[in-house]
Design a protein around this ligand. Structure first.
Ligand code: HXC
Length: 270
């Protein structure tokens, strides 16, 4: 059973959020929790069927939701999707860049195009979506006061803090995402009143990332790979997202919140 939220269910009331990669995993849980805390949500993804199922799930939990098909790597898709959100809901307050690509491959077996593909989805996609959303997120943008802008939240990981087997492309891409977070926080925070923050999740149960990195057929568990790993829940990431995007986080800009139970710090006891 889902733990109780510590936030009031109106903490995001009146906000409109767009979540890329919102059709499954962490993105869908963020969309769901945003909705349960009062926001209207739009989810973006490449597969219409996945979006349709996710919208039905959100609606069954009383969330006002729309699904918009598009690829974050494509500038035209990014513009079309943000414009459609504003046409449908009147404004855009929160952009969550959650779309990501991942597969396990040794660096020597990874083609340059495979490397580029993940950089394109994660890093270029985060920039492309943020760039398209800027006109609506900035203070004085449609539905915004002249004092305060919207919020961007970028989802990265912790593996780029050190190194990770068979993840050179993801590690490089997520380091770029963290860099985008800090640079937009500086430029768009100063110029447009937009807060940009990040969440760096650790291993989270029941997500595409976990099943890709530790497929069931491997017969391994996290304990086999590294003995000190604790597994988080999608809910843990979504609560951090509610905190950072609501007024609870109104003085937080340029932060990347690690939500991993301390896993990336862990070392064997000696
Ligand atoms: C080696 C691979 C590969 C694999 C693709 N490529 N899969 N190389 N091993 N398993 C190479 C291809 O050979 C090709 O290079 C290039 O990548 C592009 O492949 P496409 O299939 O054309 O790309 P595309 O259709 O755009 O698909 C992108 C994808 C796919 C990343 C490969 O898996 C995808 O769309 N995933 C999105 C969903 C997803 O992965 N979600 C999980 C996110 S989890 P060549 O040279 O042959 O042309 C996450 C958590 C991270 O991010 C951290 C967890 C701790």
């Amino acid at each position: 059973m889902e733990p109780n939220s510590v936030f009031s269910n109106t903490v995001l009331e009146g906000r409109v959020a767009l979540i890329t990669g919102g059709g499954s995993g962490i993105g869908l849980e963020i969309a769901s929790q945003f909705g349960k805390h009062g926001a209207k949500v739009a989810i973006m993804g490449r597969r219409q069927q996945v979006l349709d199922a996710a919208v039905s799930y959100l609606e069954s939990h009383g969330v006002e939701a729309i699904g918009l098909q598009g690829d974050v790597r494509k500038k035209d898709d990014a513009s079309r999707v943000v414009n459609t959100v504003v046409e449908q809901f009147g404004k855009l307050d929160i952009l969550v860049n959650g779309a990501a690509g991942n597969f396990l491959v040794a660096a020597e077996d990874l083609s340059p195009n495979g490397f580029k593909t993940v950089l394109d989805i994660d890093a270029l996609g985060t920039f492309t979506m943020s760039h398209a959303a800027l006109q609506y997120l900035k203070k004085g943008g449609q539905g915004k006061s002249s004092l305060e802008g919207g919020v961007i939240l970028n989802i990265s990981t912790t593996l780029q803090y050190s190194a990770e087997w068979y993840q050179i492309h993801v590690s490089a891409a997520k380091a770029a995402v963290d860099s985008i977070t800090r640079n937009l926080a500086l430029e768009w925070g100063t110029d447009y009143g937009i807060r940009t923050n990040g969440i760096a999740p650790g291993p989270i149960a029941d997500t595409p990332g976990r099943s890709k990195l530790l497929p069931e057929e491997s017969g391994l568990s996290e304990k086999d790979v590294t003995p000190f790993v604790k597994i988080g829940e999608k809910w843990d990431i979504a609560m951090a997202a509610v905190y950072l995007t609501s007024d609870a986080g109104k003085f937080i800009n340029g932060a990347i919140l690690v939500v991993d139970g301390g896993q990336w710090l862990s070392k064997p006891r000696w």
